[in-house]
Design a protein around this ligand. Structure first.
Ligand code: NAP
Length: 308
């Protein structure tokens, strides 16, 4: 029996584990894939306080994982079922069943897809959602980055180290990304822009050779391809979808995001939600970590308030 089980090992979950473990609560973190979550695939994290030396997302993730593991149990398993009602909660994974008095949900979010013809077919053969993972495959090629938020622009900047050119395709003519990030791409001579444009289709044979764009204002179509037939790389960063399917019909949600109060409490006693899984305005590694801290402290108070 654990005091707290944390589902998901991104910045929110790892911070919750660190705080809960340091409060001497018996804590388990369950991660299905890779510690650090989305941030592990981020090229550079330059706005996480203290992340100056080796600020890659992977390095930051590893440091967070190592620190959390000093205080909490940590397993790589996939959670398949949860029972949240009642004082004792159950978590079934692909290999074990656990019980706890408190559950902290930190299952994060996954990449949204474009949902256009060719995207699925060319996934990992020209279409990618991770610049650090796949950037080196596009050395010397023309790269197209879709999206206008922080992820698209930061990763576009990073991809200029590999691509002959990097073109950002954005559906508006103003970026959603923050000031410094926009300034960086606009000052990067290797980056070009296709504004007011969306991808309609991704075409090719073994690799991606053509991109069909539509201008959202004029409805004109434009086919992008290299005359010599050389392949192109397409990186998609068009936002995220909360990974909350496991908790559907159990917790109050809005557009798939779990509703919490300021203490990270959900509408079920003893269940907290943190980071990108919950409805909130600012989604950053630092706000995810902050959520994790708040949830662990409030979970501790909840545990102390009960006679078990
Ligand atoms: P985001 O901020 O939601 O931006 C998604 C972008 O994709 C928007 O520009 C959006 O266009 C565009 N888009 C959405 N659906 C599209 C579609 N079907 N076709 C074409 N374009 C589409 O997502 P994000 O950049 O992944 O960032 C997610 C969160 O993490 C944000 O809160 C962000 O600030 C944060 N983040 C922070 C950092 C950092 O601080 N270092 C780095 C990465 C991410 P519109 O603008 O027209 O809606």
């Amino acid at each position: 029996m654990y005091d707290i089980i944390i589902i998901g090992g991104g910045p929110a979950g790892l911070t919750a584990g660190l705080y809960a473990g340091r409060s001497k609560l018996k804590t388990l973190i369950i991660e299905k894939d890779i510690a650090g979550g989305q941030i592990s695939g981020t090229a550079y994290v330059e706005n996480y306080p203290g992340s100056i030396e080796n600020p890659t997302g992977m390095a930051l993730s590893e440091r967070m994982e190592e620190q959390a593991k000093q205080y909490a149990d940590f397993v790589f398993e996939k959670v398949e079922e949860v029972k949240l009602d009642g004082e004792i909660k159950t978590v079934k994974t692909d290999s074990n069943e656990y019980q706890a008095k408190v559950i902290i949900i930190s299952t994060g979010a996954r990449h949204r897809k474009l949902d256009v013809k060719g995207e699925e077919e060319f996934a990992n053969r020209g279409v990618s959602y991770c610049a650090t993972c796949d950037g080196p495959f596009y050395q010397g090629l023309d790269i197209y980055v879709v999206g206008g938020g922080d992820s698209a622009l930061e990763e576009a900047n990073y991809l200029t180290r590999y691509g002959k050119s990097v073109t950002i395709i954005h559906r508006r003519d103003e970026f959603r990304a923050s000031g410094v990030v926009v300034e960086n791409v606009k000052n990067n001579p290797k980056i070009m822009f296709e504004y007011n444009s969306v991808v309609k289709e991704i075409r090719g044979d073994k690799e991606v050779e053509e991109l069909v764009l539509e201008n959202v204002k004029t409805k004109e179509e434009k086919v992008i391809k290299n005359e010599d037939g050389s392949p192109i790389g397409v990186f998609v960063f068009v936002g995220n979808i909360a990974q909350t399917e496991l908790f559907k019909d159990m917790l109050k949600m809005e557009n798939g995001y779990i509703l919490t109060d300021d203490d990270m409490k959900t509408d079920i006693e003893g269940v907290f939600a943190v980071g990108d899984t919950r409805k909130k305005s600012v989604r950053q590694a630092v706000t995810a970590a902050s959520d994790g801290c708040v949830a662990a402290v409030m979970a501790n108070r909840y545990l102390e308030s009960k006679s078990w």
